[in-house]
Design a protein around this ligand. Structure first.
Ligand code: ZN
Length: 112
């Protein structure tokens, strides 16, 4: 990977971190417990809880992603950045620009 590509990825990662942090803030609002004496009807309440489950799942994923993005930012100037941890081949700029937190190439990631 060239220095120029790394600079581009650095910007993408920094942007992604901001976006992910925003998303986490919004989701944390959404997953606050629903009051039991809520005026919502039973069905609506079940729906709200179902939605909370979904949001909680996205929240967990967002937190994991945020950690990975921050780790990627720490690794970016190191030799191992952009190298697959399984097969030690270059992950490739295309994949890294879409998912800069990737630590595996497409082939290894699909074998998980
Ligand atoms: Zn690989």
């Amino acid at each position: 990977m060239t220095q120029k590509e790394k600079d581009t990825l650095k910007k993408i990662i920094e942007n992604d971190i901001v976006t992910t942090e925003d998303q986490i803030t919004i989701l944390e609002e959404k997953v606050k417990p629903i009051a039991p004496d809520c005026s919502l009807g039973r069905l609506t309440r079940l729906e709200a809880m179902g939605e909370q489950d979904v949001n909680n799942k996205i929240l967990d994923e967002s937190r994991v992603k945020l950690t990975r993005l921050k780790n990627a930012l720490l690794r970016i100037d190191k030799e191992m950045f952009g190298i697959c941890i399984e097969c030690e081949e270059e992950i490739g700029f295309g994949r890294m620009s879409i998912r800069p937190e990737s630590v595996r190439c497409v082939a290894c990631a699909s074998n998980l």
